[in-house]
Write a protein that binds this ligand. Structure first.
Ligand SMILES: Cc1cc2nc3c(=O)[nH]c(=O)nc-3n(C[C@H](O)[C@H](O)[C@H](O)COP(=O)(O)OP(=O)(O)OC[C@H]3O[C@@H](n4cnc5c(N)ncnc54)[C@H](O)[C@@H]3O)c2cc1C
Length: 406
């Protein structure tokens, strides 16, 4: 086992999972380097909503107050037919603050975590460093890295792939084998200012609203305090970027309240995404680990992606800190792989798949959907509503229970 002063972790990817893991470890005095191929934080419209498993880790990383200060607190979520009539709704106005979903677009969250990481003496982010290969032996793992000026070999006690859905670390371990499936549909995520929206929404509108339609399956949500709105919707799998870009104004007219013309809004981002449900065969191979999107993917309806990713990060932090501090041996990392995979199979995959399919059949959502039946029950039964809200905690797992008893 490495002595504490020799213990170090290399993390590939300065996305949300890599940065948060680095911050958690660095706050314990662990030497950590984050290797990032880009020269700046990602600005794509991706994660924005975070539930309890994320805010729990923000608290442990010492950033929760700063995150809250910038965040928008969601007042609830609704499921609606495409004409905006209400099917069911969860209101969170009265929920305890730690159980409310908060929204902070990723392009604001990343520099926030990064600013805390920059203050840690044992942490460093290496920008414009692209990992091209890896290796390991009994004592170390290493990566080969290309920078604009040089090629390098960097090594550490452990290496963690937080390098996203196309993970180079995962491909080095398993080739193209990433079991699961890709949906026939694709989605388009837009960020937009719609100043007139509030004049057209029904009175029971909540900050997040899903709509049921096989053609569009839209989601409209306020994501920041200045009124920035995320409009996400479905598209045919075979369309090109240019075709989808050309169809965007008609799409908005089909489901955004008030049927706005392009002159009625300011489009900030437009990003199509292929969507997948996939899980790596192992999240540990020797000294190399996978977390978050590098380990598993799901469609983004319901915000399970990074919720599961941050739960990985919190678990892996406890495992690595346990080894560093002598409270665990490295077999705890096999537990990490086994349990985080099971959480994906039991919770993240079925729930996120259900969240998407629920938006496809206007009749089924009214008549046969057990989840919607529960939401309706929660509308009048406070205790049951509380139980439902706590349900998201099931994605978490406390690995300190596997620390050595002595
Ligand atoms: C439209 C949309 C909306 C979403 N909304 C939500 C939501 O509301 N809530 C939620 O929980 N989740 C949501 N998700 C999912 C969430 O965005 C992802 O789960 C999350 O961004 C994954 O974070 P990550 O750190 O694992 O990977 P990434 O954010 O993909 O970061 C990976 C990093 O690794 C770097 N990298 C890659 N390869 C290399 C290499 N070879 N060398 C060096 N660096 C490399 C990349 O440049 C990148 O910076 C959404 C996703 C989408 C598409």
């Amino acid at each position: 086992m490495a002595k504490q002063e020799d213990f170090s972790v290399l993390i590939v990817g300065a996305g949300p999972s890599g940065l948060l893991l680095a911050l958690l470890l660095a706050r314990k005095g662990i030497n950590v380097k984050v290797i990032e191929r880009s020269s700046e934080y990602d600005k794509q419209p991706r994660a924005s909503f975070y539930s309890y498993p994320a805010t729990y880790e923000f608290k442990r990383a010492g950033i929760l107050d700063d995150v809250k200060a910038k965040s928008f607190f969601a007042d609830g979520v609704s499921w609606r037919q495409i004409d905006h009539s209400l099917v069911a709704q969860i209101r969170t106005d009265d929920a305890p603050e730690d159980m409310k979903n908060i929204s902070l677009p990723l392009d604001e969250l990343l520099p926030l975590i990064g600013s805390h990481l920059d203050k840690q003496p044992t942490a460093e982010i290496l920008w414009s460093h692209t990992v091209t290969a890896l290796g390991q032996d009994d004592t170390q793992a290493w990566v080969y890295v290309e920078t604009p000026n040089s090629n390098q070999r960097l090594s550490a006690t452990y290496l963690v792939g937080c390098d996203g859905g196309g993970s180079k670390i995962r491909r080095e371990l398993f080739g193209s084998n990433f079991p699961g499936r890709t949906w026939d549909e694709q989605i388009v995520a837009t960020n937009v200012y719609l100043p007139d929206l509030k004049n057209h929404v029904p009175p029971d509108w909540t900050s997040s609203n899903f709509m049921v339609s096989r053609d569009h399956f839209p989601m409209i949500a306020q994501i920041s305090n200045d009124g920035l709105t995320r409009v996400t919707y479905g598209e045919d799998g075979g369309l090109s970027y240019d075709e989808m870009r050309a169809r965007q104004p008609e799409k908005y007219k089909a489901f955004v309240p008030g049927k706005p013309e392009p002159s009625d809004y300011k489009l900030i981002n437009f990003s199509p995404y292929k969507i997948h449900q996939r899980l790596a065969e192992h999240l540990r191979v020797g000294r190399v680990l996978l977390a978050a999107d590098a380990a598993h993917l799901c469609n983004p309806f319901g915000g399970m992606g990074l919720t599961g990713g941050f739960a990985d990060v919190g678990g892996l932090y406890d495992c690595l800190y346990g080894i560093y501090s002598g409270q665990a041996d490295d077999s705890i990392l096999d537990k990490y792989s086994e349990i985080r995979r099971q959480k994906y199979l039991d919770i993240i995959d079925p729930i996120s798949s259900g969240n998407l399919r629920r938006l496809w059949d206007p009749k089924a959502i009214e008549e046969n959907d057990d989840f919607i039946k529960n939401v309706k029950r929660a509308q009048t039964d406070k205790e049951f509503a509380n139980e439902m809200q706590q349900g998201v905690k099931a994605v978490m797992y406390d690995f300190t229970q596997h620390y050595n008893k002595a």
